[in-house]
Design a protein around this ligand. Structure first.
Ligand code: ADP
Ligand code: ASP
Ligand code: MG
Length: 491
């Protein structure tokens, strides 16, 4: 981009734009940022937006029905999806003329979706892409409808990100999106082409997250929940100075606040800490989000759309940010694959061969658990387990391959843990007290990982958080305290 470091990316997730009222609230955040940029020399916003919550799932159901030729069903789903967007439009935009224009643009896009669904065969990413195309229309119109002096927005109706051919990281179930990897230089050129004219006219571009296209023009996605990743890909392509990920929680917390009621906000994290948290299950960030920005030291701030006054979590380079953070995450639906030598004295001499075979079916190990002279155990995603095991059994005839499904990895991560040598012992005893069996474990300089039954994972998360991070103080009054209160009242 022409003006160096004068841009920021604001990304809004599905719940943030989940209804017309919410879209209007998001529009206010964007309009204020744009107004600040115009009046106070703050960075000018480029917006990246997800589909409304639940819409990508609905598009995948539409694709599924269409592939099976169940036309009544997919048309019923499509009618519901259309209704939801038209209702949102009414709440997001108040001006009559602007609303009519928005309705027309939505109808045109919905007609495109209908044609795409009718022709859908095995590749569903192109159908899944339509949710973001609809939400850019809603949000751009809502920003304009606020009529803040000097502030204008425009939807970006083409894919900004250029990707390679679709190629998922794990074998996907039929009907699931595959995903593709962004191409850096091509994306930079396309961002320049699509965004620069708007930016020059001081118009806020509202771009679709999650989606991309190959150089040949095939529509792709960055994989489920990939819009965080698309925000940093676009941020790096325009050399922005900060990426803000607006979501439905205050920032990155010490555990998933939906499971642990007293989870704490982590004000600062290093790139490495945040990447590990998301790898081990913190859904608040897609695991690849930090790759494009960490190379360039672009900070990422995770913050709450519904409480924009909160500072959120700042994620940045090591050194500049000493976090001292402690967090517990859980990554679910995993399988433990074990390769053993059938000859007691033989060794799986080549672990590289095992992982190369796993990679051939697109299954990178989530974690390596243990190894010895004659065994090697590692975790893969449950959905990939069957193909990994059958390939290993086929190609490693002289080794015994076994697999245990239904597992989860609990991870205690952050520099606050790793600097305390007693942490592993405390984690194990926390689980033991709750009678949660530990199937495998690993402690490293990065943190502690405990493999447990998937069914125990929420209980494990709560007890680890309670014993290692924040004790839950019971709301029971002590008899002595009660007596004192009585005495005070009697005076
Ligand atoms: P968005 O639609 O904005 O992308 P997501 O649902 O993908 O939002 O991610 C936000 C959710 O991540 C939160 O609602 C929360 O339940 C979950 N989450 C899991 N682990 C964490 C964590 N450690 N800190 C914050 N949120 C977390
Ligand atoms: N809409 C996409 C999904 O639901 C991408 C995202 O929201 O992150 O997977
Ligand atoms: Mg998300």
């Amino acid at each position: 981009m022409d003006v160096e470091c004068s841009l920021c990316v604001l990304k809004f997730g599905g719940t943030s734009v989940g209804s017309g009222e919410r879209i209007r609230r998001v529009a206010q955040i964007v309009a204020q940022a744009a107004s600040k940029a115009l009046n106070e020399a703050a960075p000018f916003p480029v917006v990246v937006v997800s589909a409304m919550s639940g819409i990508t799932d609905q598009l995948l159901r539409i694709a599924q029905f269409a592939r099976r030729g169940e036309s009544l069903e997919w048309r019923r789903e499509l009618a519901a999806l259309r209704e939801r967007h038209l209702q949102a439009a009414e709440k997001a935009v108040h001006d009559g003329k602007r609303l009519a224009e928005l309705r027309a643009a939505l109808e045109e896009t919905l007609a495109g979706l209908e044609r795409e669904a009718a022709g859908c065969e095995d590749y569903v990413d192109a159908v899944a892409a339509w949710g973001e195309r609809l939400s850019v229309l809603l949000l751009a119109a809502a920003i304009n409808d606020l009529s803040l002096p000097g502030v204008a927005a425009a939807p970006v109706r083409e894919e900004v990100i250029v990707t390679g051919e679709p190629q998922g990281s794990a074998p996907s179930e039929p009907g699931a999106v595959i995903g593709a990897e962004p191409l850096e230089e091509e994306t930079r050129a396309r961002a320049q082409l699509l965004l620069q004219p708007l930016l020059q006219g001081r118009t806020v571009p509202v771009a679709p997250g999650f989606i991309g296209r190959t150089p040949a023009g095939l529509v792709t996605t960055l994989g489920r929940n990939g819009s965080d990743y698309s925000a940093t890909v676009i941020g790096a392509a325009i050399d922005c100075c900060e990426v803000a990920i607006y979501t439905d929680v205050d920032g990155v917390m010490s555990a998933d606040p939906r499971i642990v009621a007293n989870a704490r906000l982590l004000p600062a994290l290093t790139y490495a800490e945040a990447a590990r948290l998301s790898w081990f299950g913190a859904k608040v960030l897609h695991p690849r989000t930090l790759i494009p920005v960490a190379q360039r030291n672009i900070p990422v701030r995770v913050r709450n759309t519904f409480r924009p006054q909160m500072q959120g979590t700042l994620i940045g380079p090591e050194g500049r940010y000493h976090s001292g953070a402690t967090a517990i995450t859980v990554r679910r639906r995993l399988a433990l694959v074990t390769v053993e030598s059938t000859n007691m004295f033989g060794a799986p001499e080549n672990a590289g061969q095992v992982f190369a075979l796993a990679a051939r079916v697109g299954a990178a190990p989530v974690a390596i658990c243990s190894s010895s002279g004659h065994h090697l155990s590692f975790m893969v995603e449950e959905q990939a387990a069957a193909s990994v095991v059958s390939l290993l059994q086929h190609d490693l005839g002289h080794w015994r391959v076994s697999c245990r499904l239904g597992l989860a990895a609990c991870a205690c991560l952050g520099s606050g843990f790793t600097s305390d040598p007693m942490s592993p012992a405390r984690a194990i005893s926390a689980l033991a007290r709750e009678r949660i069996p530990v199937i495998s474990q690993g402690a490293s300089e990065q943190g502690i990982m405990l493999i447990i039954e998937d069914g125990d994972s929420e209980r494990a998360l709560r007890c680890l958080h309670r014993d290692l991070i924040a004790p839950v103080i019971p709301l029971v009054r002590h008899p002595a305290h009660e007596k004192r209160l009585e005495a005070l009242k009697a005076r």
